[in-house]
Design a protein around this ligand. Structure first.
Ligand SMILES: [Zn+2]
Length: 121
C-alpha cells in the first residue's frame, strides 16, 4: 500500500509510515471497526418496543368499554395492568370500572327509593 500522507510505499501492517511517520489509517481503523460494527437495520426497528415504557402505554378502547360494562372485569384487568407496571392503562380501566360502578350504584339507589317517593306523595 502507499502512505496517504507522503505517497511512499509502505507495509500495510506497519503502524506508522517509515518515511514521514504518519499513522497508518488501515491499522488505526481496524480495531475501531471491529469494536463498533453497526447493528443490522432490524435492531433499530425493534428498539422502540424494547425501550418503550410500559407505564405510558395507552389503554385499549375495547378493554375500557368492557370495564365500563362489567366493573368487576375492569377491576381485575386494571389490577393486572398495574401489576405489569402499565400504570396509565391500568388506571384507565380502574377509572372506567369505578365510574360504571358508581353510576350503577346511583341507579340502584334511585330504583330502591322510588317506591318510597311514590308512597309519601
Ligand atoms: Zn508517509
Amino acid at each position: 500500500m502507499y502512505c496517504s500522507n507522503c505517497g511512499s510505499m509502505m507495509d500495510e501492517r506497519q503502524q506508522f509510515c517509515p518515511f514521514c511517520k504518519a499513522p497508518n489509517p488501515a491499522m488505526q481503523q481496524r480495531p475501531q471497526f471491529h469494536g463498533q460494527v453497526p447493528p443490522p437495520p432490524y435492531f433499530y426497528n425493534n428498539m422502540p418496543r424494547y425501550y418503550f415504557d410500559p407505564a405510558e402505554q395507552p389503554p385499549e378502547t375495547a378493554l375500557v368499554v368492557l370495564s365500563a360494562i362489567i366493573p368487576i372485569a375492569g377491576l381485575i384487568i386494571g389490577c393486572i395492568c398495574l401489576g405489569n407496571h402499565e400504570n396509565r392503562a391500568g388506571k384507565a380501566y380502574l377509572l372506567a370500572a369505578g365510574i360504571s360502578f358508581g353510576v350503577g350504584l346511583l341507579i340502584s339507589f334511585m330504583f330502591a327509593f322510588m317506591p318510597l317517593l311514590f308512597l309519601f306523595h
